[in-house]
Design a protein around this ligand. Structure first.
Ligand code: FES
Length: 616
């Protein structure tokens, strides 16, 4: 017997049938409600909180719910709730993934190289007219005119060429020079008509955010950019929960294909072109995202020895992943290094140029995983650390991604705690960059010690005045009140002792990974020429905060360089610079992957790096 749930949110009201043995979260996801579920419905993140009426219709309460629901019987985790009677479910206001700060960074400007020859080119072909002495086929004439003996031309294109030749007209063509194959053909326009355009689309599929760029391959201009939360987010925040969901039959491949198609149309609309005019595409992403895109089973990557099905670069018809481009358009996916250092990191390297720099630099791309590469022109070593989703807000009491209203900067001025929010609106949550700032302030004031323990009495002067009022007890643990304003649960927004522990775990994993690579490279932090921070978090985090918290090794802050969405820029580079395909392969060939899961050195460093740096 199914149960009827009446769903109420800010945006709409509807009824949902909840099946036997189906969780409330499962029923909501099945019917298109986008309730955040970053832990994949395992009861660990507390982000799927809902209110039930009557409370008893929610059935037996699971022990893990108490941590997030307090003693209010009406508040329940949707993923742990298996209703036993008809009920009304009130969702929090944010049921649809909003634009994020990561989104802002990824959707913003990227640097596309101004030189280099694109992989697809626009060629005007002048075919020799046939004579009695020259009866060569149209195909041979086309190959001769293009200077490509092995050019592949589809039959419908040959027909267009034959008709134009008979009429004595020239032909405009788009040729994929790598294949080599003709993508598009039309009679050359007269002076009053617009000619063909050479367009490509690049995507960076992040676990959290998908960003896209429409590029004019003639001028190398970015004509439009866009980004939004990854549509697979409803099935889990990190790659492991997505892999599990894929194994259980969740439509992750379909979700990303539909999203890319929709974003492509949006890009085309914004640039005032037809998406069918786009002649080529490039996509980068972590190895799991690429597997899900290509509908390859990623499950072997979730267990030792972490074998991917594919890390090699591939070129496939764009229609294979339902991109609504020119019917003959191809999609290029550059190579990745391993199951946990994917094409996105290779793209980071392509656009940062780190692999061409003398000396040793570090690249850190922080998302739900922290991917780290160390080296330069003499070779690279790479690793990936499971930093967990703390910097995405998933395990933080009032944490969130970089959404509007998220506290993204915190500082102390005298006896005042100054906070800034994304969008300048009333504070509702705290995102990763705000988290780093807040912990850095507490460390600088001595109110959190090296072990991560709150000690309100350690502050002196104006700071003591501030923390006397601002440090309170929440559910039996000390917490800093960041804002008394509105929160998701109508409570003050706080940073708890538990949240600080989560930061220690996440930053400890990344810092330990960095130490393993520095050891492998035989260098000290002071030897580093630069630390490149990639991704949305890397773009917005304050280097001083990252250094104070110990996320990064102790270097001159001037050497910390935010490179924005370097992965998106690297994907665009694949479109506009044919040589980048070869360079991507060179990067992969020169990159040695270090597996950390069995590394004793990593474990030792991890224990050490969970401590915060000592005060200066
Ligand atoms: S606690 Fe329910 S989805 Fe994470």
């Amino acid at each position: 017997m199914s149960i009827t749930a009446t769903i109420i949110s800010d945006h709409r009201q509807d009824t949902v049938e909840v099946g036997d043995d189906e969780s409330l979260l499962g029923a909501l996801q099945r019917t298109g409600w986008h309730l955040p579920a970053p832990c994949g419905g395992t009861g660990r993140c507390g982000k799927c909180l809902v209110a039930l009426d009557p409370p008893e219709a929610g059935g037996t309460r699971s022990p893990e719910e108490d941590r997030f629901t307090g003693d209010d019987p009406a508040r329940r985790l949707a993923c742990r709730t298996y209703p036993v009677a008809d009920l009304t479910v009130t969702l929090p206001g944010r049921v649809t993934p909003p634009a994020s700060a990561d989104t802002l960074a990824k959707g913003g400007g990227i640097e596309v190289p101004t030189s280099g020859k694109p992989v697809v080119v626009l060629e005007r072909l002048r075919l020799n007219a046939p004579t009695l002495e020259d009866q060569q086929s149209v195909l041979r004439r086309m190959r001769a005119a293009a200077g490509m003996d092995d050019l592949r031309v589809a039959c419908e294109h040959l027909s267009v060429a034959a008709a134009a030749l008979e009429a004595g007209a020239e032909l405009d063509t788009i040729i994929d020079t790598d294949e080599p194959a003709l993508v598009a053909i039309e009679r050359a326009p007269d002076r009053t008509e617009a000619g063909m355009r050479l367009l490509g689309v690049a995507f960076d599929i992040g676990t959290t955010t998908v960003a896209g760029y429409l590029v004019d391959l003639g001028s190398h201009d970015v004509l439009a950019s866009c980004s939004e939360a990854n549509a697979q987010g409803d099935y889990g925040a990190d790659v492991i929960t997505r892999i599990t969901a894929y194994g259980a039959g969740a439509p992750l491949h379909e979700a990303i294909c539909e999203q890319l198609a929709s974003l492509t149309r949006q890009l085309a609309r914004d640039a005032d072109v037809r998406s069918e005019e786009i002649a080529t595409a490039a996509i980068v992403g972590n190895t799991t995202m690429i597997h899900l895109l290509l509908d390859l089973d990623p499950s072997p990557m979730s267990r030792a020895p972490f074998m991917p099905v594919l890390t090699e670069g591939v070129t496939v018809p764009a229609s294979d992943v339902c991109l609504p481009l020119h019917p003959k358009a191809t999609l290029r996916i550059p190579p990745g290094v391993s199951a946990y250092v994917g094409t996105d990191i290779v793209a980071d390297l392509l656009s940062s140029g780190m692999d061409r720099h003398p000396g040793v630099s570090l690249l850190v791309d922080i998302g739900t995983n922290g991917e780290i590469v160390c080296g330069g022109e003499d070779g690279l070593v790479a690793c990936s650390t499971a930093a967990g989703p703390a910097f995405e807000g998933a395990t933080i009491r009032h944490g969130s991604g970089g959404v509007a209203g998220a506290i993204n900067h915190v500082r102390r001025e005298g006896a005042t705690l100054v906070i800034e929010t994304i969008g300048g609106v009333a504070p509702k949550s705290i995102c990763g960059t705000g988290l780093m700032d807040a912990v850095a302030v507490l460390l600088a004031d001595g109110v959190v010690d090296e072990t991560g323990r709150f000690d309100a009495d350690a502050a002196t002067g104006e700071a003591a005045e501030l923390y006397r009022e601002r440090i309170v007890e929440v559910d039996g643990e000390p917490a800093l009140v960041l804002a008394d304003g509105e929160s998701a649960h109508g409570e003050p927004i706080v940073l708890t002792q538990g949240d600080v522990r989560q930061v220690q775990l996440a930053k400890g994993a990344i810092a330990a990974g960095i130490r393993v690579l520095l050891d492998e490279a035989g260098v000290e932090p002071s030897d580093l020429q630069a630390i490149y921070l990639a991704g949305g978090f890397g773009t917005y985090v304050r280097p001083l905060a990252a250094l104070r918290v110990g996320l990064l090794p102790d270097v001159d802050p001037e050497r910390v360089v935010a490179v924005g969405n370097a992965a998106g820029a690297g994907a665009a580079r694949v479109l506009v610079d044919r040589a980048s395909g070869e360079e991507a392969q060179t990067i992969v060939d020169s990159c040695r992957y270090i597996e950390l899961s069995g590394s004793a050195a990593f474990q030792t460093f991890y224990m050490e790096e969970m401590m915060f740096p000592a005060p200066e």
